[in-house]
Design a protein around this ligand. Structure first.
Ligand code: SF4
Length: 448
């Protein structure tokens, strides 16, 4: 081949790649840290990118825009956010990096100084990411301290077959360890009508399951002036909705009436998440929680009366200031005694500007670590027993994805993760499945 022909081919290839670069859709990679609410919000923002012609690519791939929705619930969450920003800059050195959400709201100047960060958007400003990306000379930091509500329904971009529907945001409580009210502001909520409209949109997209989310859903009524039982009763009437779940609910807000509405429909999935935080009354008081041990116990019992097969998750904080061995054992024993199945254990983390950070008697790191380890071990043992109890039963499993092992993975109504081999395409299908075994935390099903 002559040198001239080689040069022409090289030029043609370069032109093609330039044309491809100009015509190919822009790529956006999104990553979420933290709670279900954050996942719901990222889903909504991902939909916004898709509507504007972006292709959503996995985080870690080269992208034109990298959007990181952050969390600030612990020191660990903050440092995970900073690691993700570094990772984003490595994978997309030319891309615009947007850091948004709770950690962005609380620590914007530090984040803005990190290499590669183009935009820092607070908890409400994150919804305006499209405007800021379009402004050539936008400021780097946008933090709004007033509390607006932005409703959010997820898209398929996060890979879930569940749609997370945000009905409430912010919190008016003053739990002494919690930074969230400072990051997300006062409680506010979407109207019943708006929530139904959002729900219809995700059902039209083909979702069969909706998870109602918020920071403190139990505050729905006080924040919207409308009633959560009414919202639930109307939601389950919607065509296309087959399963409804509720994310975390404070024990003091889980009313009998709400439980009765859940019990009156077979669309509600018997799966709850009721933060416990501590099993010791003095620590609960210091935490400024709005219940005591007895109330928490009764809450779990009233769930079990209506839903004997319920899966029940609980957040537990260990190593709160002043938590001695005795107080910790109260927590351990309560967690062991009650019908809790999914533990979410966190070591107490000192958050600046919270009451608990200023308390005395902080617990040594090593002690916290050991307490976390023992509670996690208890939680794993309880979850195993719960899953083993289901062997032989038949459950309607909503399958999400085919995993690396080739098995389809999905959840039973009471939130046991099931692995099922099948040549069929089960994505987003609800299929009757027999639970055949459960060992080492892996529950296996067979299609009926
Ligand atoms: S209820 Fe307490 S822990 Fe939950 S967000 Fe509100 S202040 Fe934080």
């Amino acid at each position: 081949m002559s040198a001239t022909i080689s040069l022409k081919i090289a030029l043609a290839l370069k032109m093609n790649s330039l044309i491809d670069a100009q015509t190919a859709p822009k790529r956006v990679a999104l990553h979420t840290l933290g709670c279900r609410l954050n996942f719901s919000e990222t889903g909504s923002i991902a939909s916004g990118f898709e509507q504007r012609g972006y292709e959503v690519v996995p985080f870690g791939e080269r992208a034109d825009v990298v959007f990181i929705n952050t969390c600030t619930v612990t020191d660990g969450a903050d440092s995970s956010c900073r690691n993700l920003i570094r990772k984003a800059h490595t994978s997309s050195p030319e891309g615009k990096i947007v850091v948004a959400g709770c950690y962005a709201q609380m620590d914007a100047p530090r984040i803005a100084k990190m290499q590669g960060v183009d935009l820092v958007l607070g908890t409400t400003e994150k919804y305006k990411v499209f405007d800021y990306l379009g402004e050539a000379d936008s400021d780097q930091i946008h933090i709004d301290k007033t509390a607006h509500f932005y409703g959010a329904a997820t898209s398929t971009a996060e890979g879930h077959t569940r749609a997370f529907l945000k009905i409430q945001d912010g919190c008016n409580y003053v739990c002494s360890f919690c930074i969230i009210p400072q990051a997300r502001g006062r409680s506010r909520a979407i109207s019943v009508e708006a929530a139904l409209d959002e729900a219809k949109k995700v059902l039209d997209q083909g979702f069969k399951e909706i998870v109602l989310t918020g920071v403190n859903i139990g505050e729905y009524e006080r924040s919207s002036g409308e009633r959560l039982p009414d919202l639930v009763a109307k939601l389950v009437e919607l065509d296309g909705l087959e399963r409804l779940r509720l994310s975390s609910v404070e024990p003091n807000t889980l009313s009998d009436e709400l439980l009765d509405v859940f019990a009156s429909t077979n669309k509600f999935m018997p799966h709850f998440h009721i933060p416990m935080q501590s099993g010791n009354n003095e620590i609960l008081k210091q935490m400024r929680r709005k219940y005591d041990v007895d109330f928490y116990r009764k809450t779990i019992e009233k769930i079990m009366t209506r839903f004997p097969d319920a899966g029940i998750g609980a957040d537990i904080i260990v190593g709160f200031p002043g938590e001695g061995d005795e107080q910790f054992m109260d927590t351990y024993n309560l967690a062991k005694e009650l019908a809790l199945t999914h533990f979410h254990v966190f070591p107490f983390s000192k958050r600046k500007n919270t009451t608990a950070a200023k308390m005395e008697d902080h617990i040594q790191h090593g002690v916290k670590k050991e307490r976390v380890r023992s509670l996690i071990a208890l939680g794993e043992a309880k979850l195993s027993i719960f899953a083993e109890d289901q062997i032989g039963s038949v459950a309607n499993v909503l399958y999400e994805r085919r995993g690396k092992s080739g098995a389809w993975e999905g959840y039973t109504p009471n939130y046991v993760r099931v692995f099922t081999q099948s040549p069929l395409d089960l994505k987003n299908k609800i299929v009757k499945t027999q639970i055949v075994s459960s060992q080492n935390g892996k529950t296996v099903g067979e299609l009926l």
